[in-house]
Design a protein around this ligand. Structure first.
Ligand SMILES: [Zn+2]
Length: 297
């Protein structure tokens, strides 16, 4: 399947409003395939990845990335997504749990994530100090939680819509919208956007009828929408054998030695892409030797 996932960065009303509008269908499908998620978990991870990509796109430096963690009291446990620019990866403690639909027939994402808990955003700014923002979960439905994060932690009022339309193991459509009136934006424009907000509410369903370019034209008619930048989006993990070696070394000499004594080798599975990395006892001995360098013991 051709990957059409992309983020449009748009401005309205001569730069007084910043908008991000994206499709993430293929990205969410890949995540669902890797983690073999149930529909409700596909929706939860898909919404989280889509929101995290919006933060990822805002990062300017090449070596910068953003990690968003949701720790709610629901049965999915913790959910984590990491984005650097247009690349994203995600995982959850329990991505295969299932719960009944809500009374309105929709997937109960808030029930799976939990209605109370915390959302944390860590921006890895490369050489500079990391930025850490925290906010309370407001619903566990994720879009509202992102909107609350922007308002509380970044003092940036925002309207956020995130949607994933799933049928069994197939992701039909996924995408998101972020609207941020910039400082000095007149009240009339904000009122206009609020009046139009019901149009954005069911974004993934709207996307089954029109492309995101068309939605941009329809939704923001009369507000001079201009597409400033387009970024391709994809699910991509950054794990490698070297990273897994470092993880093994960081276990410490004692634990490494006991793995060697067991003589069964070691197998590490990446949380984000489920790739397996195997190490023989001989290779573990080499790592132990490396880990000893530069130390007295
Ligand atoms: Zn990986």
């Amino acid at each position: 399947m051709i990957n059409r996932d992309e983020m449009l960065q748009i401005d309205l009303c001569n730069g007084q409003v910043r908008v991000m509008l994206c499709e993430t269908t293929e990205t969410v499908q890949q995540c669902a395939d890797i983690h073999e998620t149930t529909p409700v978990c596909t929706a939860a991870l898909g919404r989280l990845m889509t929101g995290t990509l919006m933060l990822g796109i805002m990062m300017k430096g090449d070596d910068e990335s953003v990690t968003v963690t949701l720790k709610g009291d629901g049965p999915m446990g913790s959910l984590v997504a990491v984005a650097d620019h247009g690349d994203v990866r995600a995982c959850a403690d329990y991505p295969q749990i299932d719960i009944p639909l809500r009374e309105d027939g929709k997937l109960d994402v808030g029930g799976a994530v939990g209605h109370t808990g915390r959302m944390s955003v860590i921006k890895d700014l490369g050489m500079k100090k990391n930025y850490i923002g925290q906010s309370e979960l407001v619903s566990g439905e994720i879009a509202m939680d992102f909107a609350n994060y922007f308002t509380v932690s970044e003092q940036q009022p925002s309207l956020v819509a995130l949607g994933v339309l799933v049928n069994g193991t197939t992701v039909l459509k996924a995408g998101g919208l972020l609207i941020q009136p910039l400082p000095g934006c007149p009240d009339e424009i904000i009122d206009q956007l609020e009046l139009r907000s019901p149009m954005f509410a069911d974004i993934s369903r709207e996307m089954t009828f029109a492309s995101i370019e068309q939605l941009c034209i329809d939704w923001f008619r009369g507000m001079e929408p201009r597409i400033l930048e387009r970024t391709p989006l994809r699910y991509r993990c950054t794990c490698s054998r070297e990273r897994m070696e470092k993880a093994l070394i960081s276990l410490g000499r004692k634990d490494l030695q006991s793995l060697i004594d067991d003589d069964k080798g070691a197998e590490l599975i990446c949380h984000f892409c489920r790739n397996k990395y195997k190490f023989t006892t001989e290779q573990l001995k080499d790592l132990l030797a490396v880990s000893g360098k530069g130390r007295n013991t």
